[in-house]
Structures are given as C-alpha cells and as structure tokens.
Design a protein around this ligand. Structure first.
Ligand code: FES
Ligand code: FE2
Length: 344
C-alpha cells in the first residue's frame, strides 16, 4: 500500500461548488469536481490531450470540460473529444466521497476501511485545517509528544517546572500506537478551573491513539482526581486529527473537535455559546504547533543522531508503521528506520 491508497480528507465539502478545485495528494495533482447531479469526481489534474490543468475547466452536466480544447471527462475518467469523436482518451481517476463535511479521496486500487469520526452525544465544536511546511513524519512528531506543551501551549498540557512528575506510557499493536500521559496540570487561573470543573490537586490526562490507514490520531483530554479517577472535569474534549501528505514537504492537518459538558445546563451542557471562543482557541493553539514545526532547523525525517527523551518513543513507533503502511518499503522508509535509545 502507498500513500494514495488510504482515504484522505482533501477539501471542505462546502468549498466544492460549481467550479472544480485543484488539490494535491502525495505530490499528485487532483482535480475535484461536483457534477450537476451532485456526484463527486476526482481526476488526475493533467488533461491527457495537451496537459492543461483540468481544475481550470468547467463542469458541464456530469462531466468536466477541459479549458483548452473542450474535451470532456466523466467521473470514471472516460474522455471525449468534440473534434475527434472516435479518439479514446482517458484521464486517470480516483475514488472520492463526501463525509463529515469533507471531500475524501483515495486511489481506485485499494479497499481500506473508511475512518469513523463520530461522537454520539458529544457536541461537534469545529473542523479546522492547518498546513505545515514539513514532511508527514516531522509534522506528526509534534502532535505525538507532550514535552512541548509547557513552552508552546496555553491551556493544554503541563508546566515546565513539573514535567519530571509527568508519567508517560506507550502501548502498541501492529496498526496502532497509544500514548497515555498523566501529571500535574498547567496553572489555568480560577475562572477557567471553575468553568471546566477542575479541582485543586487534580491531574491532567491525555490519552491518544494513532491509526495508520489513513494516518490519524484520536486525542482525549480531561482532568481528574488522582485518588479517584472516576472524578473527572465537567468539560472534556476529543479531537480527531488527520495528517495528509500534500507532497514530500507539505502536510495538511485536518482536525475535528468534539466536546462534552457534564454541567446540568441546557444547550449542550452550557458549552454551545462558547463554541466560537473554543474554536478560536483551538485554532490559535494549533497555529502555535504549526509555527514550531515550520521553524525547525531541519525537516529530515531520519531520527538518527537526535538525543531523544522518554517522551519521544512514539516518534519511532509511528515511523515503523508509516514506513510499512504509507511508504511501502521505499528508500526513504529504509533510511528512516532506526533503533533508538531513549533517555529516561
Ligand atoms: S489540453 Fe485538454 S482538451 Fe486539449
Ligand atoms: Fe502542541
């Protein structure tokens, strides 16, 4: 399996109207279009005639018409030339579907399970997109450790002077990597502690699992009483974060954010009126992550030569699975395979 063989969220569905849109997946340009009947088409964004970008064309009924000489192509890639009707022309096509407010794309050859993004009873706060100028693995590395949270984040994570008390556990299967952290939380201020329902002496928990077809992580964040873990904060979050390789040096992160309030209040436990603020806050925190990764001195995927800490084990575990599932044993996969010694 290669990168194109997994379902990737490519574009917010509301951005695909009557005009086609050009996107890129693993370096491959793709023209997305919505036909008159509402079907989604995804064709290689190069006209087989004389290489015009098909995304520059227009939708005519159930077909996409090339801007240059007016050849038309269906969702299955079959083309017709008005001037040479007997000519067989075919644009390579991809499978596309609309789900969870996004257009998703994968190659025709594979048959992976479609990822499930749903949280019955929880409130969908927002779906956000961010682009990082770094390869897939390096972008993911930031979202798979919490050692950066004291210096990078406002609300999420831990304090630098108490990082030594934060515990980290890893669990792995062939297809998943799970990381569980617990420790004294950030000092948030009285108002936020009251609103979120955090008591003195409680710990911050984050527990996340990364899946590899496609590449995404499900994060759970909450505060709890260390003596009785069933006592939890009144507000909890779940994020579904998808990492899409645009090309070798560009990664798009698509995040679905759900929240649950256990306050006995109307309109989703009283969080509905805060959705705008929470959306802005998450967007802000994500941009801090993006800025960190963009400013790394090197975007080399290889971990060799780094001095890694006890929090960094997921970096290697993720790479093993990405190499297998996404990179299919290519040269780059081999060069980034490495045995690591982690400092305790
Ligand atoms: S280049 Fe597309 S029709 Fe000629
Ligand atoms: Fe972060």
């Amino acid at each position: 399996m290669g990168m194109l063989d997994h379902w990737h969220p490519m574009l917010p569905a509301k951005k695909l109207r009557r005009k086609p849109v050009g996107v890129k997946l693993a370096g491959v340009p793709i023209a997305l279009f919505r036909t008159a009947s509402g079907k989604i088409g995804a064709l290689n964004d190069i006209c087989p005639h004389r290489r015009m970008k098909l995304s520059q064309g227009e939708v005519v009924g159930e077909k996409l018409m090339c801007r240059y000489h007016g050849w038309t192509f269906g969702c299955d890639g079959q083309g017709e030339s008005p001037g040479t009707p007997k000519l067989q022309a075919c644009a390579s096509n991809f499978e596309a579907r609309e789900a969870n407010g996004m257009i998703w794309v994968k190659s025709k050859e594979s048959n992976p399970k479609f990822p499930e993004i749903s949280m019955p009873g929880w409130f969908h706060m927002c779906t956000l997109e961010h682009t990082i100028h770094a390869p897939l693995e390096v972008s993911m590395d930031n979202f798979c450790e919490i050692e950066h949270t004291p210096t990078t984040h406002d609300v999420f994570g831990y304090e630098l002077d108490r990082m030594r008390d934060v515990t980290v556990r890893f669990e792995q299967t062939e297809n998943t990597v799970r990381v569980i952290n617990q420790g004294p939380p950030k000092r948030l201020g009285r108002l936020l502690n009251v609103l979120v329902g955090i008591k003195k002496g409680w710990v911050f928990n984050d527990d996340w699992t990364t899946h590899f077809s496609p590449l995404y992580t499900i994060y759970d964040h909450w505060w709890s009483d260390p003596k009785d873990p069933t006592k939890k904060s009144k507000v909890q979050w779940r994020l579904f974060m998808f990492y899409t390789p645009v090309d070798e040096n560009l990664t798009r992160v698509t995040t679905w954010s759900y929240a649950k309030s256990f306050w006995p209040l109307p309109i989703h436990g009283g969080i509905w009126p805060f959705r705008g603020v929470m959306r802005k806050k998450l967007d802000y925190e994500m941009k801090l992550d993006v800025d960190i990764v963009n400013n790394l001195a090197s975007h080399d995927v290889n971990l060799e030569g780094m001095k890694l800490s006890r929090f960094d084990k997921a970096l290697a575990l993720n790479r093993e699975r990405i190499n297998k599932v996404y990179r299919g044993g290519t040269e780059q996969a081999k060069s980034s395979r490495t045995e690591l010694q982690l400092a305790e």
